[in-house]
Design a protein around this ligand. Structure first.
Ligand code: COA
Length: 327
């Protein structure tokens, strides 16, 4: 039993924040940000926009491109670390916005590889007999709400955006070919959000100490990201009995151009086989891969039969890859 993406869409907020804008408010430079990360600008949600607003816009596009009506959906899953609120799930808020009821809707959290984990989850759900035939998976973030605007180590890296995919059961040769997921909680303290949960509930103290903002040991995260992006890509290829030469497109998580380049080099791929948009959006965590796929679709870059390799790494640590035949 296979699973195939039949429609993909994305939404990014209108507000563009350039490296030059950041130079004015913190001790950084366009030159540092571009050479160390590849980022030139990113999008910020407006104060009245929450995650479900971005998700709804991306979902509308994906549904229209798939030719699927909201009422045809059997399940909605949102992958995010920045939900509107702890509960109800952002997926439930999106369901309401889409004007449908009485379908399962829930959020899942796997940080940057959230969309990759979500594809595996959807593959499982859609294989449960005839219970679910059509699913909506959204990878989406409003990371600017959890990043410290005064911390130059992280504030230059992240942006907001949303990407959505409509998936169906499919027994043809198109769709997901192989998947691989991994994780290592021992390293969770290298990238985390300390306060606001049950471990460290919100208090005046936590706010004063800026513990509601994400913390990252960038250099160490970088090292593990390089290792697991490379390894995940090789594992899904091996599972499929394929080699790097079979890949039409590598679509990596957009966290750092140097991590992307190292993955590409490990696979021996030329730059033109790798989709990169980190310069425009920065790191949008779970949204980065579906945004990339949607842009590629809009530009006519994805052709029926293309072999597409998705690979990601993030907080947890979590990592994973999905190999698919586009169509
Ligand atoms: N502008 C200017 N200088 C900056 C800066 C900024 N925005 N941010 C950090 N620096 C400085 C540091 O203070 C440090 O100075 P020091 O040597 O005087 O202490 C120097 O630049 C180098 O910092 P370092 O952290 O070693 O840089 P780096 O080359 O590792 O790049 C990251 C930093 C964050 C870009 C990089 O580590 C990274 O991309 N990490 C992984 C991110 C990731 O993949 N996240 C997980 C998935 S979401």
């Amino acid at each position: 039993m296979g699973v195939r993406i039949i429609g993909i869409g994305h939404y990014v907020p209108d507000k563009v924040v350039t490296n030059q804008d950041l130079e004015k408010i913190m001790d950084t430079s366009d030159e540092w940000i571009v050479t160390r990360t590849g980022i030139k600008e990113r999008r910020y949600a407006s104060p009245d926009q929450a995650n479900s607003d971005l998700s709804y816009e991306a979902a509308r596009v994906a549904l229209a491109r798939a030719g699927v009506r909201p009422q045809d959906l059997d399940v909605i899953v949102v992958a995010t670390v920045t939900p509107d609120m702890s509960f109800p799930a952002t997926a439930c808020l999106v369901q309401a916005r889409l004007g449908i009821r009485e379908r399962p809707c829930f959020d899942m959290e796997a940080a940057c590889p959230g969309f990759i984990y979500g594809l595996e989850l959807m593959r499982g759900l859609l294989s449960l007999g005839d219970t679910y035939r059509t699913g909506l998976l959204i990878g989406t973030e409003v990371l600017t709400r959890i990043m410290d605007p005064l911390d130059r180590n992280t504030a230059v890296l992240f942006g907001d955006g949303s990407g959505a995919a409509v998936l169906v059961k499919d027994d043809s040769e198109f769709g997901i070919i192989s998947t691989y997921l991994g994780g290592d909680g021992e390293l969770g303290n290298l990238l985390y959000l300390p306060a606001g949960g049950s471990r460290m509930p919100t208090s005046e103290e936590t706010i004063k100490n800026r513990q509601h903002y994400l913390k990252m040991k960038g250099r160490e995260v970088f090292r593990h990201a390089v290792q697991w992006m490379q390894q995940s890509a090789l594992i899904v290829l091996e599972k499929a009995g394929m080699s790097p030469e079979d890949i039409t497109w590598l679509v990596p998580h957009q966290a750092n151009i140097r991590i992307i380049d190292s993955t590409r080099e490990k696979l021996g791929l030329p730059p033109e086989k790798v989709y990169v948009n980190i310069d425009k959006y920065g790191n949008t965590s779970a949204a980065s891969i579906p945004i990339a796929l949607s842009e590629m679709q809009e530009k006519g870059l994805l052709k029926k039969g293309d072999i597409v390799l998705l690979v990601s790494f993030g907080a947890g640590f979590t990592w994973g890859a999905v190999l698919m035949r586009w169509g």
